[in-house]
Design a protein around this ligand. Structure first.
Ligand code: PGA
Length: 252
């Protein structure tokens, strides 16, 4: 049985001061989530990681939104995996569509990051998803398949089951136009089929596949009731403690 997973993604939001307020108010939620066999957490800007982790401890998952794939070196402005590990961070979003769009993040680069995270015993949350143009041209499955195949290159079967995938159609992110639960289920099932071809059914059935894109307290339940949707990656609705809390309570 795959445990449900509810992950927030703050993107470039919250100063340390704001992040601390959120953490204080949200820190008890992990216990409640676990009591219902749900893993819950939040991915935050680098600068918020230490203060948020200090308050939340191990109650909720605290993850990063990006990392570099090399251990160290002359890469001004970057943060390495050993740096994250050193402050107790073991989850990291990789290949969010905003990074793919604005920071030239290719699936090949994502693959290097995924391999490096796995080597360090960490959990990559690998994002995939198509643009509106691709969606309207009926190119979604081909596009997403390529992202998955490239992202998982050289990932062993044993490691593959440790990766979390987030299917996030770009046209649904931050637009309020969420994909229907049928689309989310169809795409998550499709991704699982790709994984089954690569690694066999047993491994594919272990991988958690999330849906993301305008998930709100009032629609999260519809998605998570789908067979192949194991959770949600939530942007906007994870920013205010009230709605973050409601994402959980509306699932119970
Ligand atoms: P959204 O963002 O929930 O605000 O649409 C989701 C995401 O980008 O992960």
């Amino acid at each position: 049985m795959r445990r449900k997973l509810l992950l927030g993604n703050w993107k470039m939001n919250k100063t340390v001061t704001e992040a601390k307020v959120f953490a204080e108010e949200a820190k008890h939620l992990g216990k409640e989530a676990r009591a219902h066999k749900i893993d819950m957490g939040v991915c935050v800007p680098y600068i918020d990681l230490v203060p948020v982790k200090k308050i939340i401890k191990n109650s909720l998952i605290v993850g990063a939104e990006n990392c570099h794939y090399l251990e160290k070196g002359a890469y001004t402005g970057e943060v390495s995996i050993p740096m994250l590990k050193d402050i107790g961070i073991s989850w990291c979003i990789i290949g969010h569509s905003e990074r793919r769009e604005y920071d030239n993040e290719t699936s090949e680069k994502c693959n290097l990051k995924i391999l490096a995270l796995l080597k360090n015993g960490m959990t990559p949350v690998y994002c995939c998803g198509e643009s509106l143009e691709t969606y309207e041209a009926n190119g979604t499955k081909k596009f997403v398949e390529e992202q998955i195949l490239k992202g998982f290159a050289n990932v062993s079967a044993e490691d593959a089951s440790k990766v979390v995938i987030a299917y996030e159609p770009i046209w649904a992110i931050g637009t309020g136009k969420s994909a229907s639960k049928e689309i989310a289920e169809d795409m998550c099932a499709f991704i699982r089929k790709i994984l089954a071809k690569l690694y066999g059914r047993r491994v594919a059935n272990k991988v958690r596949i999330l849906y993301g894109g305008s998930v709100k307290p009032n629609n999260i339940r519809d998605y998570l009731l789908q067979d192949n949707v194991d959770g949600a990656l939530v942007g906007g609705a994870s920013l205010e403690v009230e709605s973050y809390k409601e994402l959980l309570t509306n699932l119970l």
